[in-house]
Design a protein around this ligand. Structure first.
Ligand code: PLP
Length: 466
């Protein structure tokens, strides 16, 4: 019904007309999705896939309340924010009520990248400084200013090609990073790295405008920074005349379960100067937002330059945003994220006891990472094994992805209507795959031992394809 042409033709036209750097999942056998509902997506044959990765479809794919809100407003009026409209101010008011009081001024934009680019402009204008500190493996978006501050992308560039006003501090990853769980005070150790970096920038005559950090790194491998880290970083950066920008594009809107915003995991005493939001805000409708303080907003205005954004804050987007907030409350999705997320993490912890390949399980609410390693002491990334898990899950109609600098972290960030039954299903499948994968990996290890010993080895016939 929803298919306009055969899959083969879709693939042909895509190859011909769509830029090849726009990657597709499972490129050797891509999936053609034609509809979706809740935590499920359906391909052209009607096959149902369990979606464990799409945090954009926050309240569930095609939620009827959200669809209706958009359609009804579209029938009535859509225009830009140069006219008065109730939806814009009502949405700003509702959003503000979820945030600390200090964060009260909104700018509506259309994507996470636009939000972060605007956040940089606000920081530059407010501070009059230029230098930005970002974190190792961070991803903040695809526009030029953000590739500059996204080591996840720009690690491929040479030093000469990198923006010299951008400085990369260690990722506060207590599993694989510079300071690990056995360190007495990881929060201070990582924050001191930022402080030292600020000193080095000052020594060279630079001035810090901002530290930008994802409240929890996602592309960087589902990293949960130690509590107290952001407070200390904010103190160092503010002392240097800069601001703290929290990127909530992936993790906001109740996903972490205990709080509405992931930066709040750091404690009540932490308030960023600028917060950026995107992905889940419109449940798939392109909208995003930057929220900041009155002081920062006034400094931005004082440049005299008007800020105009054709689509940002239009009545349809705001109607959709309001419906998303309503559904989160009506269906108690933040509590669901907490309950189901904790259940999922417990199941995955059991996998860690069972399979040596599972090095770490970490997460908050429905934001969970499972890091696969070949050696729990050396932390050798099990990259191929992670890919194998993803591909085998796909064959069983479960969508999961692997990310992080070594692409060995299985990322869970499903729609917030994910259930304990869904968690049971995906973990049961992972268990099954790891049981096979593990025995294959063991075979390979034994095989190489046999080969080194120069002996004839029956295992030769059972070598793994990993
Ligand atoms: C943390 C973070 N910030 C910003 C962005 C950019 O958002 P968008 O793709 O909507 O421009 C992303 C996208 O993946 C992201 O993960």
């Amino acid at each position: 019904m929803s298919e306009k042409m055969e899959k083969r033709q879709t693939m042909y036209l895509r190859k011909k007309h769509i830029g090849p750097s726009c990657k597709i999942f499972f490129s050797h056998d891509p999936i053609k999705m034609v509809r979706a509902k809740g935590q499920y997506m359906f391909d052209e044959t009607g096959r149902r896939y369990l979606d464990c990765i799409n945090n954009v479809a926050h309240v569930g794919h095609c939620h009827p309340d959200v669809v209706r809100a958009g359609a009804e407003q579209m029938e009535l009026l859509n225009t830009n924010s140069r006219f008065l409209h109730d939806n814009l101010v009502l949405y700003a008011q509702r959003l503000q009520a979820t945030l600390p009081d200090r964060l009260s001024v909104c700018y509506f934009v259309n994507s996470g990248s636009e939000a972060n680019d605007l956040a940089l402009r606000l920081a530059w204008q407010y501070t009059g400084h230029k230098d930005i500190i970002t974190l190792e493996n961070a991803y903040h978006g695809h526009v030029s200013s953000l590739i500059d501050i996204s080591p996840y992308k720009h690690h491929q560039l040479s030093d000469a090609e990198r923006n010299q006003s951008v400085h990369v501090a260690p990722s506060p990853d207590v599993y694989r990073g510079k300071y690990r769980a056995d360190h007495a005070d990881t929060a201070t150790a990582y924050a001191n790295e930022v402080k030292d970096m600020i000193d080095r920038v000052h020594d060279k005559g630079g001035k810090i405008a901002a530290v930008m950090a994802e409240s929890l790194q996602s592309c960087g491998g589902q990293v949960i920074p130690p509590v107290g880290y952001f407070q200390q970083v904010a103190e160092h950066v503010r002392k240097a005349g800069g601001v703290f920008i929290a990127d909530e594009v992936q993790v906001g809107f109740g996903r972490v379960g205990t709080h509405f915003w992931a930066f709040q995991l750091q404690g009540e005493d932490f308030v960023p100067d600028i917060v950026t939001m995107g992905k889940p805000i419109g449940n798939g409708h392109p909208m995003s937002c930057v929220v900041t303080t009155v002081e920062v907003a006034q400094a931005f205005t004082s440049s005299g330059m008007e800020y105009f954004n054709t689509f940002g804050g239009n009545p349809v987007s705001c109607a959709i945003g309001l419906a998303v907030l309503d559904v989160i409350v009506k269906e108690d999705l933040q509590s669901n994220a907490l309950r189901v997320g904790q259940y999922l993490s417990r199941l995955l912890e059991k996998q860690r006891s069972k399979h040596p390949l599972v090095g770490d399980v970490r997460g908050c609410g429905l934001f969970v990472g499972l890091e696969l390693v070949r050696d729990r002491v050396k932390l050798t990334p099990a990259t191929a094994e992670a890919q194998e898990v993803i591909y085998k899950l796909k064959e069983q109609q479960i969508l999961l992805s692997a990310d992080g600098p070594h692409r060995n972290v299985l990322k869970f960030k499903p729609p917030m209507c994910f259930t304990t039954e869904d968690a049971d299903l995906v973990v049961e499948k992972i268990d099954h795959i790891l049981t096979g994968t593990l025995s294959a990996a063991l075979s390979r290890a034994l095989l190489s031992r046999c080969e080194r010993a120069g002996s004839h080895c029956l295992l030769l016939q059972s070598s793994s394809k990993l």
